[in-house]
Design a protein around this ligand. Structure first.
Ligand code: ZN
Length: 417
């Protein structure tokens, strides 16, 4: 992925996150909220046919209100599908539509279309429920992170990936290691030797499978997790079967009872603490660096305006934004052409503004209002600045929001701003 594609995807991910946060809060009074996931290789005409079919089946719904709501949602989706060509855009398409509770017995009709999610949609899904189905998208947006997974005992092994929150089984192997019971007529010594040889061969085979898969991606890889019963996984790791560059990236071994595909999922569960810690590592490092620069250097900036000014100059190397920042920025332009900005809580109404420089009054309507994060990321995009969303789940991350206005920057050079 090129740097500009990376920036693009930071911004897009943020847009998606915002939409999903809203969608998650909605509720339908009946089973009337429709979510449709469309893979990129599914023809739009097939989707339309499916929606038409659902529309006619919905006529069997007993509650008149639910029936009407579902049919309205499906009609709205069909309308939106008209804007697409033969196939959905890259990675597919997600559509949400339904009448959501708006309080006081009222409903609002909501339709959202998300194009080209960050990962490809693998299968077509039609879902009608009292909530929108957002989990598959949330999983895609769950923080980056690529881990190699290995589960093994002496009988079978599975290797795969953990991408974000998604487990992808890739390869499996089963062994010819004989059980502990020897057959009559075999000498005990010979049997033990053959058995050890078979175990060694199997470990080599598993390592080969893991090496084939992981070595090519070793620069992208955040770590390898190994699971299985004791002492198998220990024997495997202590025996240096893995490629030496991979061996160094093993971040943990975990007791896992199953070594089939389901064992890969168990492994990720067992490793959840280690993974959570790892996910925050980049955030933690960035905040450490920020505090170091703040105290002993000159290459840090914080607060909306100073950070924005540094961004405009192209002086920001990494833009640090608190994950929990929920503010809008309003840009007021007075009669004399002075631009001034004001930050607002997202639930506050836009007030009228008095220009600091000439005292001119700018009406609330004339203020241009947008999400503060969007505003900064737009500039970051143009200047080739990387954006990091910083979790508030650790002390210094929380301080970014509580003490620094949720916005800071690590600078390429000192600017004195
Ligand atoms: Zn003015």
């Amino acid at each position: 992925m090129s740097e500009s594609e990376q920036e693009q995807s930071d911004k897009q991910k943020y847009e998606f996150k915002k939409v999903i946060e809203d969608l998650k809060d909605y509720e339908g009074s009946g089973t009337q909220l429709v979510s449709i996931y469309v893979p990129e290789d599914k023809q739009i005409s097939d989707v339309v046919a499916h929606v038409t079919q659902e529309h006619s089946e919905a006529s069997n719904i007993k509650s008149k209100q639910t029936r009407t709501n579902v049919q309205d949602a499906l009609t709205s989706i069909k309308d939106r599908l008209r804007y697409f060509d033969t196939y959905p855009p890259d990675n597919g398409l997600v559509l949400f539509s339904g009448a959501v509770d708006a309080g006081g017995g009222q409903t609002d009709m909501i339709t959202e279309v998300l194009e080209s999610p960050p990962q490809s949609i693998e299968s077509f899904r039609y879902h009608c429920d009292s909530h929108f189905l957002t989990e598959p998208l949330e999983e895609m947006l769950a923080d980056k992170g690529l881990f190699g997974l290995i589960v093994l005992d002496r009988r079978e092994a599975n290797v795969g990936w953990l991408r974000g929150k998604r487990v992808e089984p890739v390869k499996s192997a089963s062994s010819l290691v004989p059980g502990k019971q020897r057959k009559g007529g075999q000498s005990a010594q010979r049997f033990a030797r053959l058995r050890l040889e078979a175990i060694d061969n199997f470990y080599q085979e598993v390592a080969g499978m893991a090496n084939d898969l992981f070595v090519a991606e070793r620069h992208e890889l955040d770590g390898i997790l190994v699971g299985g019963p004791s002492p198998t996984k220990d024997e495997f790791l202590d025996g240096d079967y893995l490629h030496h560059e991979l061996q160094d990236t093993v971040i943990g071994k975990f007791d896992v009872a199953y070594t089939d595909e389901s064992g890969l999922y168990d492994l990720v569960d067992a490793a959840s603490d280690v993974l959570a810690e790892h996910e925050m590592l980049e955030d933690k490092r960035a905040m450490e660096e920020f505090f170091e620069q703040l105290h002993d250097g000159e290459k840090a900036t914080y607060g909306f305006e100073p950070t924005r000014e540094n961004l405009m100059m192209g002086a920001v190397d990494r833009l640090l934004i608190s994950e929990d920042l929920r503010q809008d920025v309003v840009t007021y332009t007075c009669e004399n052409g002075h631009d001034e900005r004001e930050l607002l809580d997202q639930r506050e109404d836009t007030p009228e503004h008095t220009c600091d420089r000439c005292g001119d009054t700018v009406s609330a309507e004339a203020g241009e209002r947008e999400d503060a994060i969007d505003h900064l990321m737009e500039i970051a995009d143009q200047r080739g600045t990387e954006t990091l969303f910083i979790s508030t789940d650790f002390e210094k991350g929380d301080q970014l929001l509580s003490a620094f206005g949720g916005v800071a920057g690590l600078l390429r050079y000192s600017t004195g701003v």
